[in-house]
Design a protein around this ligand. Structure first.
Ligand SMILES: Cc1cc2nc3c(=O)[nH]c(=O)nc-3n(C[C@H](O)[C@H](O)[C@H](O)COP(=O)(O)O)c2cc1C
Length: 206
């Protein structure tokens, strides 16, 4: 009876990253009918602004200072977003590549939930360590070009390596990635990319 959070980061109706994630979730739910999925559309979500008092509140936590009333209120909204995130047992992220990285709304969400004492910790002895442990994440990324290993363009893919790293930073060790690529190509090439990603997604769910 796992609770899965699908973090959806493409606002496109015909999104190929969403399509691949949904194929995975459908195959997963067929196998685990008791599990539930909540979708968090980061473009539609009301996320706390990450500036001003919120940013000062983060620095106060990092330097062991107490919060002013304004910072405490701002920090409360951040912690609420993180508690929602941490209430899930497993995660699926679907994201397009936008200008070689992740869409700004997904970065906004990750900036809000990447907080000391919440999703990661730090001590002089241990350095940085993750605080979200024992939970899997499956990442789906779609890109117009082909940046997969062996493509020769791996070095400029700041989408999947970034997502893999930030979840590792949060403490995840079970991280799986499916790429839908290339999507800016001849129709038969796009169709093949979609089919390959769907097959991979279903195999992962199995
Ligand atoms: C704002 C924007 C920026 C993009 N930047 C890139 C890019 O840097 N590299 C690339 O290969 N494709 C780029 N694309 C193409 C998308 O990655 C591609 O259409 C992908 O399939 C979108 O994912 P989705 O179908 O899930 O929305 C961009 C598309 C948009 C809308």
């Amino acid at each position: 009876m796992a609770k899965i959070l699908h973090i959806k980061a493409s606002p496109r109706a015909g999104s190929l990253s969403t399509l691949a994630a949904e194929a995975y979730l459908a195959a997963h739910l067929a196998k685990h009918p008791g599990d539930t999925v909540e979708t968090l559309d980061v473009f539609a979500a009301e996320l706390p602004a990450f500036d001003g008092a919120t940013l000062d509140a983060k620095y106060a936590v990092m330097s062991g200072q107490s919060h002013s009333p304004e910072q405490a209120a701002a920090w409360g909204a951040v912690v609420e977003t993180i508690e929602h995130f941490k209430s899930f047992d497993a995660f699926v992220v679907s994201a397009p590549m936008w200008n070689f990285g992740v869409p700004y709304a997904l970065k906004h969400y990750l900036d809000v939930i990447a907080q000391p004492g919440q999703t990661f910790g730090w001590t002089p002895e241990k350095g940085y360590f993750g605080l979200v442990l024992g939970k899997p994440v499956t990442l789906f990324s779609a890109s117009g070009g082909d940046y997969r290993p062996g493509s020769g363009a791996e070095a400029v893919d700041f989408t999947t390596p970034y997502l893999e790293w930030i979840f590792k930073f949060f403490g995840f060790t079970d991280i799986r990635t499916v790429r839908v690529a290339p999507t800016a190509a001849a129709p038969e090439v796009v169709e093949a990319a979609k089919e390959a990603a769907t097959k991979e997604a279903r195999a992962l769910a199995a």
